[in-house]
Design a binder for this molecule. Sequence first.
Ligand code: ATR
Length: 274
Amino acid sequence: MNNTLTLCGSLSRYPVSLGAKMHTAAYAALGLPWLYMPFAMRSEDLGAALVGMRALGIRGLGVSMPFKIEVLPLLDRIDGAAARIGAVNTIVNEAGTLTGFNTDADGAARALEETLGELSGKRCLVLGAGGAGRAVAFGLKDRGAQVTLANRTGSKAEALAAEVGGSALDWSLAVARPGDFDVLVNATSAEMARDTEASHCPVEAAALRSGQVVMDIVYKPIHTLLLQRATSAGAICIHGGRMLLHQAARQLELYTGLPAPLSVMARALEDALA
Ligand code: ATR
């Protein structure tokens, strides 16, 4: 690694800053003369942005929706896990060759592993079969977990279960009996709108079990209604910031080839979320 300035960043529809906070803190901790620039742009400019990435030698870019899917046909290579998930959240530029990775799946698995240890054989119930649910389901399955999927629109859970090699459970049964599982992951966007009238948490505290692990991938708010209920039921809680942190840590490892300074990145994220 030399001392020339290296640029990384992110492509999103709207300005975002959490990635910049974590990556910038990591560069400082690692003593790297690197910069991280979040770019907000339109879908129609995605192709041009990638041409720019090659021309300018931008080392890595994180991408958020809808670019995670739109970018697929524009890349030179797609990592195996990202290809199976059908979404890319990280682009690495290796001498002009752009490879797409998915660190969301790995981030979800790591966030669980740091609390639970090995995921192999663990019975995991994933609520949600949208983009986030897909990444979580593949991430857990890749670690050998037994994945059960439930989704408000049941046909989507069945289709994803068939793809992942897991099983599907009826939504109303799943939200009534999450205590039957070692791990419950909320990968729906249901609580995103928690502050509005229409919002709700589908899982009651009485349905949760002491000692089981409950992870919510929602990080705004950080203490979601689900996690509040899980805490009152005596469950072990993992908030959405941990998945966010670990997906960024994996990105940093792909860009730099160095182990991520996790505690530094976690502090930067906590400050940003506070
Ligand atoms: P994301 O990329 O965040 O996963 P998405 O692909 O739009 O976003 O998926 C949103 C997920 O949250 C879906 O699983 C959706 O369920 P449906 O497929 O039935 O729409 C789920 N979801 C959103 N609002 C919900 C609610 N109020 N109750 C239950 N599930 C909800």
